[in-house]
Ligand binder design. Structure first.
Ligand code: ZN
Length: 190
């Protein structure tokens, strides 16, 4: 089932996600819906907050992006990042490392808003997968950027918070419009 994606101005986007204590059949169905929603919207990542649910769960799939490489290291050895997709991260913990790298980012909760954002080049990740198994890996390139972006969502942090003052100023008018539309729509629902 495709879930409605909430846009900036919706309060759930600012909520820190609760830990997922048990991977129930309902959570598995939610994961399936998250993938369907993300693929339908042609995104590379989707966090639970973006479908109005504040829990520590995100889905990622970078396979459709051909021009921005991803790297992966499993057990200290280089591995095929695309073969590791699609990826579910439950209760993830991350440690970004390396020099900041600047790259373009968008977000399904901010239609048509894009900006260059600096983030550490690599990331160390520990999380649970959909089977409840602990997974650990290092990522670089686009996959690292996507994981850091989605991890932020799980804490209620948005990519506009990571923009330079200059980049933020350039998108501010569009961001204000999205926020106003979301608030007006929420007001109508009441
Ligand atoms: Zn996002």
């Amino acid at each position: 089932m495709i879930l409605p994606i909430v846009q900036y101005g919706h309060p759930t986007l600012r909520k820190k996600g609760a830990r997922v204590e048990q991977i129930t059949p309902e959570v598995l169905q939610f994961i399936e819906d998250m993938f369907e929603t993300m693929h339908d919207a042609a995104g590379v990542g989707l966090a639970a907050q973006q479908v109005d649910r504040a829990i520590q769960l995100t889905v990622i799939d970078v396979r459709e992006v051909k021009d921005r490489p991803s790297t992966l290291e499993l057990d200290g050895k280089p591995a095929d990042a695309h073969a590791f997709m699609p990826l579910v991260l439950i209760n993830p913990e991350i440690k970004p490392f390396g020099d900041p790298a600047t790259g373009p980012e968008g977000c399904l909760s901010f239609p048509e808003v894009y900006a260059d954002i600096a983030r550490p080049e690599g990331v160390d990740v520990v999380a649970l997968n959909a089977k409840g198994e602990r997974i650990q890996f290092k990522a670089g390139g686009l996959l690292s950027r996507a994981i850091q972006h989605e991890y932020d969502h799980l804490q209620g942090i948005l990519f506009i918070d990571r923009m330079s003052a200059k980049a933020r100023a350039e998108v501010q008018a569009d961001v204000d419009t999205i926020q106003a539309e979301t608030k007006a729509a929420l007001q109508k629902k009441k």
